[in-house]
Design a protein around this ligand. Sequence first.
Ligand code: BGC
Length: 730
Amino acid sequence: MKKMVCAAALATCGAAMAITDAEIEKLIGEMTLEEKVGQLVQLGSAGKEGGPLSQDATGVALPADVAEMVRKGEVGSLIGACGVTNFNAFQRIAMNEARVKIPLMVGHDMIHGVMTQAPIPLALACAWDEKTWQDCGRLIAVESPAKGCNWTFTPMVDMCRDPRWGRIAEGPGQDPYLGGKMGAAMVKGIQSKAGALPVAACIKHFAAYGGAEAGRDYNTVEMSESTFRNVYLPPFKAGVEAGALTVMPAFNTLNGVPCSVNKWLLTDILRDHLAFKGFTISDWCGVSECELDHHGMAETHAGLVELAMDAGMDQDMMAGLYRKELVQLVKDGKVPMAQVDRSVRNILQVKNALGLWENPYIDEAKLKAQIDLAAHARQARAIAAKCCVLLKNEKDALPLKPGVKVALVGPGAEDCVSISGTWSAYIENKFEMTLPEGLRGAGVTFTYTPGYDWQKGRADAKALKAAAKEADVVVALFGQKGTDSGEGWSVLDITLPKVQLEALNVLKRTKKPLVAVLINGRPLAIPELAEKADAILEAWCPGTSGGGAIADVLTGKVNPEGRLTTEFPVSVGQLPLYYNRLRTGRPSDVSAPYCSCYRDGPHQALYPFGYGLGYATFAYANELVKVEGEGNQRKVVLSCDVTNTGKVAGVETVQAYTRQMVGVESRPIRELRGWQKVALAPGETKCVTIEVPVAQLGYWLKDRFVPAAGPMRAWITRDSVSGKTLEFRL
Ligand code: BGC
């Protein structure tokens, strides 16, 4: 019998193919309409709040309503980490008591870890390192089963150009190439089958959710099809190609049509153009958000279900509308059975690719052996240190000199959880480490005086001055606590709150060297800090081992190598701000009369895309570009010599950018085409070569791919604004 072929995309998950294509078809043939619709429904694993419990055959107490739905085949998946015991109990009901034996999936948002938290994805992106991203995915894969999950709604690969949008914290930033690499690596890590039960990844939010107007969450998205295809779509393409088993359509409208019922998006683009073979799961009540009083796409719920099914939405998260309407719609001939079968097939194929018929249960012995929280904490610490970005370092403020006395000030230092970042609900790692613990472990002499809050009240000037007086250097925390970014956390203002500016001024007046450590889930507008602090270390929301990681970087045990993947504005008025913008026909020189500038401040970023310092310095020389090869093999080869001109070993992230000078549509100022990290000892020089396939340089014009041609510019350099301009032609 022919083995099930889920297409290459699913095969990359390393699927243990437990049943065949023919067996899946046979199963679909045997299912009642109600059972088929059941597969398209996702409801909460906790059931009705305060509802009764019932015991399963082995005596496990389960929410009675959920157990009954599983028994009757009325749900295809559950949402909400339900714990190992309940997961296995629900699965036993699905596999032993239900009429058709179809294993369940239980999903939750394990975004940057589970019991152990690595830094938020926006920070992870700053590592510019596929291994780090894959490792984080594996951490999620190993820890998710411990909470009773075999599916995570990760990675979010939404591009974002406006940090007022709180969900910028959950994604890779603003570059489609880097975002795609990060998404693909995380998908591979999550779906590596490393844990006690295979875990499915979900790329989201399809699509362009990060383009919400004015950074207001869930807001309208209006953009040209070229921008959509060239900027917002590529990370999803990379995720699909990496084998992501599920995709979550977004809440927002895209050019007028909500993604949840957008047939062009879910069928033409996702299935036909990207060749996605897994299944789609709506966002939380995404289908019901299209109702009369919201997006307004149909008068009735039945009308919405018709639209969503026709668009290609396979599973309905929490809205309960498929459950309520779909059986009747099929009976009335309004939704063809073939459409239902198609979605059921997509779901069963994913369950099969996960190996769920073969291994439906969480292997508790394997789980126990794998949950080594001390090792996970060490790993999270190493990852967090890699994600720190040194934004400023003058007067040799960092690393801290051995033996210096430090005054640690600012909020949040003693609480890992509050700075861990959004989606940190399941932290359970007793090896978490605060900054004072990290400093103590590194043998640093310090005092800790909070001195001010993130937002509220006034700075305690007296306490801050007293702390600084006794110290050689002040290390001060600024920014936003971990819960001040994430879903529903859009803000008008991304400057430092008054109380923090007050503290900054008090500390500045003490004339002690001032090292600022930024904690935040989004880029902030921090011109005052940039001016007054001697050093600024961007630590983001660094996860549960963040305190150890920050101490490692401050003391020089780790030489910071992170690079920004979003721009830091000078002012909120510059937003949206992104490096890969189009050119204008006007000068960007403010002394010109009709310039493309602001009259009351700069238009350039405070810290640009790709930017970051370290404790070593690097010099670039002999930058070259050439085109090699023929036909499909043609590639652009960029090279340069990089020398470590500093006193310590360091890692430089060499970045390659191009600009197409003439296009059918105007082309961006620069686009990232590749990068390479190079480790150099003091005085050492290495030649770095970055090869870019010419095919990668083309762009989409609506649905037509236009190969790159004509005059081109290139840079092989340290960030998106520097470097010698090289010319070549295609
Ligand atoms: C979010 C998704 C998330 C889902 C389930 C929604 O509100 O937009 O990103 O996966 O909830 O928790």
